[in-house]
Design a protein around this ligand. Sequence first.
Ligand code: PLP
Length: 699
Amino acid sequence: MTGELTSTISIREQKQQPHHPDSPAHTHLPHGRSSRPTWTIEESEKLYRIQGWGEPYFSINAVGHVTVSPKGDRGGSLDLFELVEALKGRNLELPLLIRFSDILADRIERLNACFAKAIARYNYPGCYQGVYPVKCNQHRHLVEELVQVGHPYQFGLEAGSKPELMIALATLKTDGALLICNGHKDREYIETALLSMRLGQKPIIVIEQLEEVQLVIDISAKLGIEPIVGVRAKLSTKGIGRWGESTGDRAKFGLTLPEILSCVNQLRDAGLLNALQLLHFHIGSQTSAISVIKDAIREASQIYVELRALGANMNYLDVGGGLAIDYDGSKTNFHASKNYNMQNYANDIVAEVKEACEARHIPAPVLISESGRAIASHQSVLIFDVLNTSDVLSGEPAPAHQNEHLIIRNLWETYGNITVENYQEAYHDAIQFNEEAKSLFNLGYLSLTQRARAEQLYWACCEKILNIVRTQDYVPSDLEDLEKTMASIYYVNLSVFQSVPDSWAMNQLFPIMPIHRLDEEPTRRGILADLTCDSDGKINQFIDLRDVKSVLELHPLRKAKVQENQGSGGEFTDQVTQPTPLEESGKTSHPQTREPYYLGLFLVGAYQEIMGNLHNLFGNTNTVHIRLTPRGYEIEHLVKGDTITEVLSYVQYDAEDLVESIRRRTEQALRDNSITLAESQRLLQNYQKSLSSYTYLSS
Ligand code: PLP
């Protein structure tokens, strides 16, 4: 399958600006107000920070759509919105995970190029031979592609468990590529890894627990195969950020220095000291500060040269993972960013190791890194649609008349008198009157209609106050949360638990933005609520240049074009979509009444897919692998998402048994005359159709 290639549209270079009250993120408009006709795509670029986190792969084109340049600066780009429409036309429903194979290749090439440049710059006498940690994203097509594009660089794999070892052994076919065997190991793991040497593999068994040393000695003696052994050191260098606890004395993995010495002695006693060739450490994923990386390399280099001095045949230094990516584009050591680039990373590793080895006159090791996040994140984009929205506001309030309840008249008066001078006082008055209205209602002195009217006036006051707050340089602390309180809820066709588990579990930030309408001002502020019935199933933290935003700038939903021609047109204003009766076609009609609004969650290629869970039984999403071709693009692989039958089988339900159970109950209902024949047929048809359908909502 192929599609059209759109021309690459260059976007004006912009210098990063710190947040300023006048920057687009602070150019606030009231909820639902129509957008400025002068809004530009440059303003969208700045607002969503796409150059900060997206370069060189993502940008915005002249028609306000996100474009993808999968080969980075080397040309060729795709209009992401058009791609999604084309994929939907092929019956691929949202949410849809799009993997760009060329981005994966570009990341591997960049990493190798950075090390090659650093090696040349510092005249490093050794070489670099990276491995990809399979744990980061184990999906078959991705690992196979990675091995293929890594072939010219003898790029290898790292396994952190027995199942991952199985993948690595069968997939890695590159002569001389390394297979780093990490993780807890039993006899079978070690035996299998050693025997794979007979097939031409180059496994290095990294001792993570002291007990593994004796196992390796025994098994290699039994098989008559001399192993290549590594040790994982627990460095004293402190990690940083969400995953910073991978180092230090209480770290879960690795050997302390006394344990490393004990390992050396055991291997020496067994006549296997020559087998000890590698030192490994891992200071935690997403290491945002280059100083931490430098400290770790310095410490590890000293351990390395000391091991050599003890007689070990040291030949490899494996710096683990940790190479971070810039999720918020701020170029800082904030946990969602990093204060260095890939070239700085390679330079520091090469320079530090060279210096330590030269000082002790020992040969420079082969440098290995186990970068996962830096290789796999950019290639995956999750596209999902907005189902509907809910706002606290319900239109302009009508004036209070003389005989309305005092509390309503008070709220109306507060609303009418809000100014820049008194907005803080007015806010406190509005809160007080609203609280009083609730008490009066609870005591039976206000009707439901009166209470609703009071609430509407209260929110109208809040909105008016918020519009003033947004123009102020200083926001009093009691008004800081107003933006969050007033945010619209955008209900999205997605499970946070399945597709972005790190957002739910550890508040990790990912760039999220609309993939179209970027030439139009996003006049709403919203948070995202997913399909699950869990209050945690939401995203209410978004990237920002400074710190984190609690709302995302979004566009109002619009009626579908066809509807606009027939009726009033314009914004879609209803808050809760009323379910329509089933039509004869068996379809509900509401999603067709609005124009689709697509959001993209970017940089999700590392860890998210495999750690996602089946909360509420929302399964794997549809996935496509897209590759650029001279004439456009081709869909290399298509992996259909789970059907309801599949997710039910994970929890031991058999679809046929379920259908049979419903069939028997409809028969009984027919006998009891509580259902008509037509209804029973409809029920059974729906039930069966649902079982074979996608677990998400169809649009
Ligand atoms: N190596 C080891 C031992 C790890 O535990 C991990 C992940 O935490 C990695 C490599 C990959 O790290 P990253 O994704 O930060 O490159």
